[in-house]
Structures are given as structure tokens and as C-alpha cells.
Write a protein that binds this ligand. Structure first.
Ligand code: AMP
Ligand code: MG
Length: 424
């Protein structure tokens, strides 16, 4: 067991032990938000044939070279077609086929002119200007070609990708299994929200925040409830979690107080402690343990401290187990646009929000920064990394932040990178 590790050590100690969990196939309807476990290549071209981009007439561009308003090209309409129905006739010089958007381009034609640009008289249309071959034709394979990467392993499926895969006719999607995360809170003072609160008691907030975070990541949270501060009950609840989940997370009871029994309970449940305590504030009380490819994580009882360690240390572990290739939070440089007067003898993480103005990233604190304060978690989308030994942080100072929460996808360029790399 390592004691008092750095944030980076904590991250890599866990990532080194983690391997992506197994794969399964799910239907297109269930695939949104899941992580692809295999590359997917296009089995067909999209479109599968040259097709018309609009309602008009398919003809031969060469027939219109000398067309002008005073001397239009006169073309004979020989057939008509629409989306889903190939024309029966070929287009030969001097002829055209009327068609609707999406209809296959008839053999022989190399351009489409829209209805509004011609005048029709009986079966003859007049074209008033020379046409450029391929205009208004969507070429076979223009969207994606057979054999191209449609999507790469490690990408999160989004609605756009669902549409693309559907367009390719793929219905069964290979994804990593949904990660199960069991969450429990230790503390004799805790009461479940919705129940009456007696003096000295507090509502259990961390459990719900963490469950919501897990669900947002696409994992399945399992509610293990509140556990009293006793070794046996804590150990039994961890063991119960290990029966049903890939990760068991508990909050509270990881400091050095008389009732801080979580670390011993983990060992009693058969897990090996990897590290205890992280050299940062908030979030120093944290313990991580492993049993095969199952993890047991103890976070601080203080809700903000639990959130900081969860976002920066546990989420990368979750992402790696889910199969995401680059699971660490994205770092961003920005300008501090607030004031924080306290010195930071220890490395400090400040809850802030990132705002982009005129192409520059600015950081504003989201409120009370104490370990227990929850108000500052609401708008937090970046955690500012203030090095140990820093004085007050002043407005205009450049600082580094870790992107967290719901804007992470905006800054999470990993999927794009995989995509570009595979298609290069
Ligand atoms: P602990 O880490 O158990 O020493 O708890 C640290 C502080 O966080 C104490 O003030 C606890 O009452 C509070 N706390 C512990 N667990 C929770 C929880 N699940 N939700 C909200 N506050 C908590
Ligand atoms: Mg406690």
C-alpha cells in the first residue's frame, strides 16, 4: 500500500490495474451512449447509387453546351422516376428523365436540372444555359465508402453514429458491457432524503450525486444505501457490492477518526489496498483497493471532497474499465477571473466554471470552496489545479484546470482523434 500519493500517481496506480470489462452485442436502439468494443467498417457505400439531390430532370450535360435564353436546348422527356424506383429507360442524347429527390440517376444521364430552371411544353423541356456534368447528383459513396472506418473502437455511440450505423444497415452493435457501480454511504448521522431529519442528523447527499454521475457516464449505478459506522456492517455491505458490481464505492469513514473503519473493512472483504490518502485538498482522505478486476474505492464523507476525487481519480478508472482509450480528464489553460485569497500550502483544487469569451478561456469560482460545500458543485465544470506552496490566486493569473462533468464531451477530442487516425 502506498500512502499519500499525488493525484497523478493515484490515477495511474488504478489505471495500471484496470482492464476493460467484457463485450456484448446490443441492438441499435440500446447502443446510444455505449462504448464501441470493435472498429466498424462500412459494409456498403452510402449512397449505394448515384442519386438526385432534388426534384428535376436527368439529362446529358453535353446536350446543353450551346444553350442560351434566346436559343434553349430542347430535350425530350422519355420517362419518369422517383425515390425507390429506378427508371425503365436509359437517357440517350436529346432525351431526359423526370425524377424526384433521392431517385436513382438513370443510365446515360450525367446531370440533373431542377424543375424551376426549365420550361416544359408537352413532352419537351427547354434548358436555357449550359449545364455542368455531375451538378445536383449525389455520387455513390459520397457519404461513406465500403471499407472505410465508420467508427472506431473506444468511441462513445451518439445519436449521429446511431444514424450512420443504421444507414449502413448494421443493427447489432459490439459494445463493452455496461459497468456496474455499487455505491454506499457510511455514517451514523446520515438520513435518506425524503425521510424526517432529527437533530444532529444530515441528509445523505453524496450517494445521490455519485449515482447521478455514474449514470451520466453510461454506467449502471446500484444503490447500496447507508451503512452504520461499524466494521462488520461495512465489510458485509462491501462484500454484497462485490457480488453485483465491478466497482464498489463508499463514502465517509476513511480519515483517521475512531469510527473510520472503511479501510479495514475493505481488507476484511478480501481486497488489497493500493493506496490511502491523496496529497491534495479537498480529497485527501481516499482509499483504493482491488480484488482481481474489481475495485473498492473509499471516498471522503465531505460531499465536495468526494466529488473532486471521484471526478479526477475514479472517473478515469471507470472510463478505462468501460473501454475508453484515453480516460484522463482533459486539461485546459485559462485566465483566472476571480479572487481566492487563501494560501495553498497543499496542492489545492478549486471548483470553477469555464467561460469562453473572444476565443479565450476564463475561470470563475462557483462559490464556497470548503470541503463540505455543495453549492459550488452545481455549476462546476472545471477544477483548477493550484500547486502546493502557492499564495493567493489573483485575477488575470494563468492557471490549469481539469475539465469535469457535462462539458467534458465538448473538450473530449479522443473520439475525433481515433476517427481521424483510422481514416488517415
Ligand atoms: P467522514 O469522512 O465520514 O469523516 O465525514 C466527513 C464529513 O462529511 C462529516 O461532517 C460527515 O457528517 C459528512 N458526511 C459524511 N457522509 C456524508 C454523505 N453521504 N453526505 C453528506 N455529508 C456526509
Ligand atoms: Mg463518517
Amino acid at each position: 500500500m502506498k500512502k499519500s500519493v499525488s493525484l497523478e500517481e493515484a490515477q495511474s496506480l488504478l489505471l495500471d490495474r484496470a482492464e476493460a470489462i467484457g463485450e456484448e452485442c446490443v441492438s441499435l436502439l440500446q447502443a446510444n451512449g455505449r462504448i464501441l468494443s470493435q472498429d466498424i467498417k462500412a459494409p456498403i457505400n452510402i449512397p449505394g447509387f448515384d442519386k438526385s439531390a432534388l426534384d428535376g430532370y436527368a439529362l446529358i450535360a453535353a446536350d446543353t453546351v450551346s444553350a442560351e435564353p434566346s436559343n434553349p436546348a430542347q430535350i425530350m422527356v422519355v420517362d419518369e422516376t422517383r425515390a425507390g424506383f429506378p427508371a425503365n429507360s436509359k437517357v440517350v442524347p436529346g432525351t431526359a428523365v423526370k425524377l424526384m429527390t433521392g431517385a436513382p440517376i438513370p443510365e446515360g444521364a450525367d446531370v440533373v436540372i431542377k424543375y424551376e430552371d426549365i420550361i416544359r411544353n408537352g413532352d419537351v423541356i427547354s434548358v436555357f444555359k449550359p449545364l455542368k456534368a455531375r451538378d445536383n447528383i449525389i455520387s455513390e459513396g459520397e457519404d461513406i465508402k465500403r471499407g472505410d472506418f465508420a467508427a472506431a473502437k473506444g468511441m462513445r455511440v451518439n445519436p449521429g453514429l446511431v444514424a450512420l450505423l443504421a444507414g449502413l444497415g448494421i443493427y447489432q452493435i459490439p459494445v463493452y458491457k455496461q459497468l456496474k457501480i455499487a455505491i454506499m454511504s457510511t455514517g451514523d448521522e446520515l438520513v435518506r432524503p425524503g425521510e424526517p431529519l432529527r437533530t444532529g442528523k444530515i441528509y445523505n447527499s453524496s450517494l445521490f450525486g455519485l449515482m447521478a454521475r455514474c449514470a451520466e457516464l453510461g454506467a449502471q449505478p446500484i444503490d447500496l444505501g447507508i451503512v452504520p459506522d461499524y466494521m462488520q456492517s461495512t465489510c458485509a455491505r462491501i462484500a454484497k457490492g462485490l457480488e453485483v458490481a465491478d466497482i464498489v464505492i463508499s463514502t465517509g469513514g476513511v480519515s483517521v477518526g475512531d469510527y473510520d473503519v472503511v479501510k479495514d473493512a475493505m481488507v476484511a472483504a478480501g481486497a488489497e489496498i493500493i493506496f490511502w490518502q491523496v496529497a491534495m485538498k479537498p480529497g485527501s482522505p481516499m482509499v483504493a483497493a482491488v480484488r482481481d478486476n474489481q475495485f473498492v474505492i473509499g471516498l471522503s464523507g465531505n460531499p465536495a471532497a468526494a466529488m473532486v476525487t471521484f471526478d479526477l481519480i475514479v472517473i478515469p478508472l471507470i472510463k478505462k474499465l468501460m473501454g475508453i482509450e484515453n480516460p484522463l480528464p482533459v486539461k485546459v489553460q485559462g485566465i483566472f477571473a476571480d479572487k481566492f485569497t487563501k494560501a495553498s500550502p497543499q496542492r489545492r483544487l478549486l471548483r470553477a466554471k469555464l467561460e469562453r469569451k473572444d476565443g479565450l478561456d476564463y475561470f470563475l469560482l462557483t462559490g464556497n470552496q470548503s470541503n463540505g460545500a455543495m453549492i459550488s458543485m452545481v455549476e462546476c465544470n472545471v477544477m483548477l489545479d493550484i500547486p502546493a506552496g502557492s499564495g493567493a490566486v489573483i485575477s488575470g493569473q494563468r492557471v490549469t484546470g481539469h475539465i469535469v462533468g457535462n462539458i467534458s464531451s465538448v473538450y473530449d477530442k479522443e473520439s475525433d482523434l481515433i476517427y481521424e487516425r483510422k481514416n488517415a
